[in-house]
Design a protein around this ligand. Structure first.
Ligand SMILES: [Fe+2]
Length: 290
């Protein structure tokens, strides 16, 4: 596996370079889990030093993320939440309840319907806690109800390719994921969040299908049981971003390689079949791509 820059977990804050992107455009870090859970967390910094966070991980990831954002100036221009699962909005929920010195300018999300939220009552409680913390924070919130929003932040471009679709009740939370394209003059990235088979199909059938082709693709749902084989084999990309802890990567919860319930090995096989050789996997450490 080829990696551009792996920052050791233990010395991450010592050796990561907390500066704005050196060339016009942006740099992005894929962070890794600080707790046992899988999580999804990306921090972008533009050539002028503005910061965007995508998800942020679980509550257990909040302390590390606070330090990471503080080192970048402690101001987040845009915080984008793909969907209200705790491995995506748990850290933000903690930060909203106790922001300390962190300034967040705007939160972007895509609202799920009550019917969708009620498809999983246990997770609804956690989603409600996030919504309550967001409401109590008084922060400006942009609720995305359709794809197409395009934003330019210094040399970084963002376009929303997918949002929650009210008709999808299967795997409703994951399928509600915002899908985001981020690019500059040098590179393009697509972040799928936890997109499932159903919303993946809608993406392939939608207007923005050509914009799914990219240099770096974030693997849906931590690399397993997200988008299906047809999805991955219908678009073109050069490298994979895996927000995936080791136990998910190996489908191993203690009984050995590929013995648990996850489908990661199948996704890894698809990537081999496509011919992808460039992988950035979060269990290996923080990676910075510029
Ligand atoms: Fe997730």
């Amino acid at each position: 596996m080829k990696n551009k820059l792996i920052v050791c977990l233990l010395c991450g804050l010592m050796s990561a370079s907390f500066t704005a992107a050196k060339k016009p455009g942006f740099a992005v870090w894929q962070l890794c889990a600080q707790g046992p859970s899988q999580m999804n967390s990306y921090v972008f910094v533009t050539d002028r030093g503005r910061v965007v966070v995508l998800d942020g991980g679980t509550a257990a990831d909040a302390p590390f993320l606070r330090g990471f954002v503080a080192a970048l100036g402690n101001r987040v221009d845009k915080w984008i939440v793909t969907h209200p699962h705790v491995d995506h909005m748990g850290a933000l929920t903690e930060i909203l309840k106790d922001p300390r010195q962190m300034i967040i300018d705007t939160v972007y999300q895509s609202p799920m319907t009550d019917e969708q939220l009620r498809t999983d009552m246990n997770r609804k409680k956690l989603a409600d806690a996030y919504y309550e913390a967001l409401r109590d924070s008084g922060l400006p919130v942009v609720n995305l109800t359709e794809p197409g929003l395009e934003m330019k932040i210094d040399g970084m471009n963002l376009k929303v390719l997918g949002v929650a679709h009210p008709s999808i009740l299967t795997n409703a939370y994951n399928n509600a994921s915002i899908v985001l394209r981020v690019w500059d003059r040098k590179k393009s990235m697509v972040f799928l969040g936890d997109t499932g088979v159903e919303s993946g199909k809608m993406l392939l059938e939608g207007t923005y299908k050509p914009l799914l082709d990219c240099d770096y693709l974030q693997m849906a749902h931590h690399g397993q049981q997200g988008c299906d084989e047809h999805f991955y084999k219908s678009i073109r990309f050069r490298a994979c971003l895996w927000p995936t802890p080791l136990w998910v990567w190996n489908n191993d919860v203690g009984e050995g390689f590929d013995t648990a319930y996850m489908k990661t090995i199948e996704t890894r096989r698809w990537m081999d079949e496509i011919g992808i050789t460039e992988h950035y996997i979060s269990w290996q450490g923080i990676v910075k791509i510029e």
